[in-house]
Design a protein around this ligand. Structure first.
Ligand code: B12
Ligand code: SF4
Length: 479
């Protein structure tokens, strides 16, 4: 949204940004109704803030679908202002979007939104704006997509002007101006360094097609989907931020495409970054692209934290996910990362809670993870069937995902594992992620022990113990 704001402002259009963070505890989120999250006083304040607008845009991920639908209904009940939805979820489900909003932006939004606003302001016909579907007088107009933006350098830097920016203050009814100082307070420090990190993207798109991910790749088939900003463009943004938001002491490149660049480009990028920016950095990479040479350049330039998607060690699940990365490739990447253990801390992502997996698949993943040299962090994610993905379609077809469950899954916290039932092996994953000695984990995943312990009552008990331990730890932390 900051980029969309900067883009339309450059065309001379006024934009106000309103941030509505979700302060609900993530684990209790699935139980909360939008009516409980937004008091009527908060809604009234939001309506005030939107009342002088010609168009209200809402951006959200699937997890916030119900919240976006509720806010849209409240805004439309009081204001005669059209509402447009955009982002990954509305792009995957445009018809659903149009049962709440008046318009939906599919795919990239910069040019579509500017053209739409320009035509609205000029009193011209805007119903033919490419990328935008309209609901008008009971009919739906479906416009085609415009080509992708080829040169990412034409996109302005995100809008950190803090002019006409607001944020909901905690769980209160107040929306306060979002100042640079308040923004700094909101950004969580990187653990364990404690450094505040500036987050940005150096690319758009992705060459892979994991079956659990919704990217715009299929929609833009035949076009160059993976695009990179120029090195100069990235450095200019970072230099500007270093000057204006001095509390950022680290940079996190949110995309995991950096390792895809040729080694020579990485060497030059790292050298320039070190000379001109020099802050510690973090980013993610695919095991296929990570190697010791590329890592050496990045580490020399300040890479201190790396995230890598492992997801599974089961061949069957790799095929299901369209991520056929051999264990050997994963282990080579892990060894390369471990080589820099004195300055680089890795975090490996793993997907659990997949109803298509058997205990054997989970044991395969655990066995693979046991081969990773420590220290490292293992981050567990609960598989979500997100709209627009191949796995979502499969789960619907196989009767695993009912309409009712779909809403729950969207609202489900993907960090909160065992959401699909308390499984013994999920418990073992948790122990492994908490650095429990490996011989003990090996014992826990032997056939005999699984046979003995994988029973509903024992699982219930194990997770109760875990909850109590977690509560004690949280209390200690507060003290
Ligand atoms: C980088 C990335 C991240 C980064 C940054 C997230 C971010 N906010 O962009 C990090 C690592 C933080 C991250 C975290 C998560 N991510 Co992520 N992430 C991605 C990734 C790889 C790229 C996103 C991207 O390029 N953004 C760049 C911008 C330019 O693209 P965009 O957001 O789509 O916005 C454009 C259009 O959609 C449109 N638009 C957007 N909003 C609006 C609004 C209006 C009014 C209009 C007109 C247009 C418009 O215009 C924008 C500019 O062109 C995508 C997968 C992919 N390949 O796309 C997943 C993806 C977005 N992530 C996803 C998920 C689920 C998550 C997490 C929930 C994971 C987790 N378990 O914690 C968290 C959520 C964090 C959060 N609240 O944002 C899902 C979302 C699916 C869905 N249906 O909701 C995706 C699609 C992957 C997937 N599994 O399918 N992610
Ligand atoms: S999960 Fe990551 S690697 Fe896989 S398709 Fe999505 S963005 Fe690409």
């Amino acid at each position: 949204v900051r980029i969309l704001s900067a883009y339309v402002k450059r065309k001379g259009i006024k934009a106000r940004l309103i941030f509505i963070p979700d302060f609900q505890s993530r684990s209790s989120k699935s139980q909360s109704n939008p009516e409980d999250i937004y008091s009527s006083a908060a809604i009234n304040r939001l309506i005030d803030l939107c009342s002088d607008s010609s168009l209200i845009g809402i951006s959200f991920h699937s997890a916030d679908f119900q919240n976006a639908a509720y806010l849209t209904t409240c805004l439309k009940a009081k204001l005669n202002v059209p509402v447009i939805w955009g982002g990954k979820h509305p792009s995957a489900k445009p018809e659903q979007a149009l049962s709440y909003a008046d318009m939906v932006c599919i795919g990239e939004g910069e040019e579509a939104l500017s053209e739409l606003l320009g035509n609205m302001e000029g009193g011209q016909d805007y119903f033919h704006t490419r990328n935008i579907w309209f609901k008008h007088n009971g009919t739906i107009t479906k416009n085609p997509l415009r080509p992708l933006i080829e040169d990412l350098d034409v996109i302005p830097f995100p809008d950190y002007s803090f002019k006409d920016h607001f944020i909901r203050e905690g769980e209160t009814d107040q929306f306060v101006p979002l100042t640079a100082e308040l923004f700094g307070k909101h950004m969580p420090p990187e653990s364990p360094t404690g450094l505040k990190r500036y987050e940005t993207l150096i690319s758009r798109g992705c060459p892979f097609s994991c079956s659990y991910c919704f990217s715009f790749r299929k929609m833009y088939a035949g076009q160059k989907y993976l695009r990179f900003r120029s090195m100069e463009n990235v450095m200019q943004e970072l230099a500007l931020i270093q000057e204006s938001l001095t509390y950022f002491k680290m940079v996190w490149f949110l995309d995991d495409n950096l390792f895809m660049l040729p080694a020579e480009t990485i060497r030059k990028f790292s050298q320039t970054y070190k000379e001109r920016i020099g802050l510690p950095m973090a980013f993610a990479g695919n095991p296929k692209d990570i190697n010791r040479e590329k890592l050496s350049y990045f580490v020399e330039a300040g890479l201190i934290r790396i995230h890598m998607g492992v997801q599974t060690g089961s061949q069957k699940t790799k095929t299901l996910y369209h991520r056929e990365i051999p264990d050997e490739t994963i282990l080579n990447a892990v060894q390369s990362i471990h080589h820099f253990k004195d300055s680089l801390f890795p975090s490996y992502d793993v997907i659990v809670d997949n109803p298509y997996e058997s205990n054997e698949d989970l044991v395969d993943t655990l066995r693979l993870l046991l081969k990773f040299p420590r220290p490292h962090h293992i981050k567990l994610f609960s598989l979500g069937f997100l709209p627009g993905t191949e796995l979502y379609e499969k789960a619907k077809e196989d009767g695993i995902l009912s309409d009712e469950e779909e809403l729950g899954i969207c609202a489900r916290d993907l960090h909160h594992i065992h959401s699909r039932g308390k499984k013994y092996l999920n418990f073992v994953f948790l122990l492994l992620s908490r650095n429990v000695p490996k011989p003990f984990i090996r014992m826990l995943i032997s056939r005999y022990v699984i046979f003995l312990l994988d029973r509903p009552l024992i699982n219930e008990l194990l997770f109760k113990v875990l909850t109590v331990l977690k509560e004690i730890r949280d209390k200690e932390r507060k003290i």
